[in-house]
Design a protein around this ligand. Structure first.
Ligand SMILES: N[C@@H](CCC(=O)N[C@@H](CS)C(=O)NCC(=O)O)C(=O)O
Length: 203
């Protein structure tokens, strides 16, 4: 059975929980308190030298980390990863976009709002984070005005990667009311059989 090193409010971890649930795969969830530094212990660093969740322990005891790499691994040979070469590359395109142009703004602002402290150094970066996040949301809005999904005609791991922090962007002060096509896409994702909310683990 897979073992997921996890933290419930983490969107990166939620990507993995959501795909496992959509695929109907059961797993063991190990809670790692990222606020308490549990990702930086020697025992955890032996599993992931980068000291972050999500980290997935495979059935042979080896570990895989980086949320989007884990999604790619789990989605192999399922409808969540297209077979066609260009579609697969487009899935990666949106997943790289998520990590470089979306998550560093939207997830980081959410984390600062939720966990503080909002010190002077963070205050100085808020506007730049807000601009970056809104730029990413505008790119998504533009795509979703003429497409139901990010790649092809069904939900893929590109949608899961982008859904995780977009649906809770309001926690970081973003107004999704400015992005109606995104709101409609969020509802499509939430209507999928097997969908679980971000706060739902297996325990
Ligand atoms: N690029 C990584 C980011 C992972 C990440 O930033 N994880 C955070 C929680 S969302 C974490 O483990 N933070 C604890 C720490 O840095 O010690 C991924 O997509 O998995």
């Amino acid at each position: 059975m897979y073992r997921l090193y996890d933290y419930l409010s983490s969107g990166n971890s939620y990507k993995v929980r959501l795909l496992l649930s959509l695929l109907g795969i059961s797993y063991e969830r190990i809670d790692v308190d990222i606020i308490d530094g549990q990702t930086r212990t020697a025992a955890f660093l032996a599993r992931n030298p980068n000291g972050r969740i999500p980290t997935l322990e495979l059935e042979d005891g080896t570990h895989l980390w980086e949320s989007n790499a884990i999604l790619h691994y789990l989605a192999e040979a399922t409808p969540f990863l297209p077979a066609h070469r260009l579609d697969r590359a487009r899935v990666l395109q949106w997943m790289f976009f998520e990590q470089y142009s979306h998550e560093p703004y939207i997830a980081v602002l959410r984390f600062w709002h939720m966990h503080g402290p909002m010190d002077k150094q963070r205050q100085a970066q808020i506007e730049q984070k807000r601009e970056g996040g809104n730029a990413a949301l505008a790119v998504m809005q533009q795509h979703l005005q003429s497409h139901d999904w990010f790649v092809g005609r069904r939900m893929t791991i590109a949608d899961i990667a982008l859904y995780a922090y977009t649906h809770v962007a309001g926690d970081g002060g973003f107004d999704l009311g400015n992005y109606p096509a995104i709101e409609q896409w969020l509802a499509r994702v939430a209507a999928q059989p097997g969908y679980v909310p971000i706060t739902a683990g297996t325990d």
